[in-house]
Design a binder for this molecule. Structure first.
Ligand code: MN
Length: 268
């Protein structure tokens, strides 16, 4: 994928996201590539894992975020490529724009491919040594049978941690760029696009964070928000019939049919 899909979905006169006109260079050496994880509160909280490849950021939306426990494999929906500069973005995407919500730069660093990345990507098996501030050591991204559906997981090494001693998402929830949480980012007017023309003065307002008063732990679990849009009486999700929404399709990850359907709709 090139950036056509990324650009087609966005109006850069309304969104502060970078348009991808400049080609950024890798911040480190020959084989090291930039990677980042953006915590994104859109219609659902999720984590966007991005790694540089052929001048763009290959991107996956990870509903439950990365885990340092090698036995925990997380669903990762492959989404459109993003420009490399997007990896520095933290702020507010105006409501009504694609991906509207709050974006936090949760982790960043470099990743070295283990093996031939181009061929491995084609085969659907990417392996990287990550040197982030939160994610380190060897990681795998493996495509499952279904289109766009991959799994992200940690390999066994010194950087692995069993889930029993804690969750990196909960232990280290803040921005690596600014130290802020999502609420602080969401209420910072400096990060909101403002119209410059004096004529039709459209001023974007900071988007009130959905369920801003909820406990922080609730924000970690997209599951709690996953019923958005589901009509239980008619068994429909946004007009599409969906029965047994709580049926667990991926027991290991605890992903239900509704959560998966929500994700297909969101990334479509
Ligand atoms: Mn996202």
């Amino acid at each position: 994928m090139a950036l056509e899909k990324y650009k087609a979905k966005r109006d850069f006169t309304k969104s502060p996201e970078p348009a991808g006109t400049k080609i950024a260079k890798s911040p480190s050496g020959r084989t090291a590539r930039f990677f980042c994880v953006q915590k994104h509160l859109a219609s659902h909280l999720h984590y966007d894992f991005r790694i540089e490849h052929n001048g763009v950021l290959l991107s996956w939306a990870v509903p439950k975020g990365p885990s340092l426990d090698p036995s925990v494999k997380r669903l990762a929906m492959h989404v459109e490529d993003h420009p490399v500069e997007y990896g520095a973005f933290e702020g507010i995407i105006p409501e009504g724009e694609y991906g509207g919500g709050t974006v936090m730069l949760w982790d960043r660093g470099t990743g070295e491919p283990v093996g031939a990345a181009r061929e491995d990507y084609r085969q659907g098996r990417l392996k990287f040594d990550l040197h982030g501030e939160k994610l380190r050591g060897r990681w795998m991204l493996v495509r499952t049978g279904r289109e766009r559906q991959w799994l992200l997981f940690k390999e066994r090494d010194d950087e692995a941690r069993p889930a029993a001693i804690g969750d990196v998402l909960e232990k280290l929830p803040l921005s690596v760029s600014t130290g802020r949480d999502l609420d602080e980012i969401a209420t910072d007017r400096n990060n909101v696009w403002k119209a410059k023309s004096s004529g039709k003065h459209r001023r974007a307002r900071p988007r009130p964070v959905k369920n801003a008063s909820r406990k922080p732990s609730a924000a970690i679990h997209p599951r709690l928000e996953s019923r958005t849009g589901y009509d239980a009486t008619r068994e429909q999700l946004n007009g599409v019939r969906l029965t047994s929404p709580d049926k667990v399709l991926y027991p290991e990850q605890g992903i239900t049919k509704l959560e998966l359907a929500n994700y297909y709709q969101e990334v479509a």
